[in-house]
Design a protein. Structure first.
Length: 99
């Protein structure tokens, strides 16, 4: 009977199988691994210290924030091209009054 029970998948036999039950947790880990990449970067200590003081966060969050700013810089450059070329339907005084 013991051999017959082993041939039945654990979820069907009503027993707990640690390996297959951990699958959902491994799936979550794999998802994180697919969306994040661990890197090694050499950064001057003074630059890292300045950036951390400016952001008020740890190393990882400081680097993430810096990378996000670099990635957004192209968008900022494109927005600057519109300077003086866009007319708004509301005045500055109207925007302030709407707060």
């Amino acid at each position: 009977m013991n051999n017959a029970r082993r041939s039945v998948p654990a979820r069907l036999a009503g027993t707990v199988n640690t390996i297959s039950d951990a699958g959902t947790q491994y799936g979550i880990i794999l998802l994180v691994m697919e969306t994040a990449q661990k890197i090694t970067v050499e950064i001057p200590r003074e630059l890292l210290d300045k950036a951390q003081k400016a952001s008020g966060t740890g190393i990882t969050q400081t680097v993430r924030t810096g990378l996000q700013l670099v990635a957004a810089s192209r968008t900022y450059a494109r927005l600057r091209q519109f300077r003086g070329k866009v007319r708004f339907s509301r005045s500055l005084a109207g925007l302030k009054a709407d707060r």
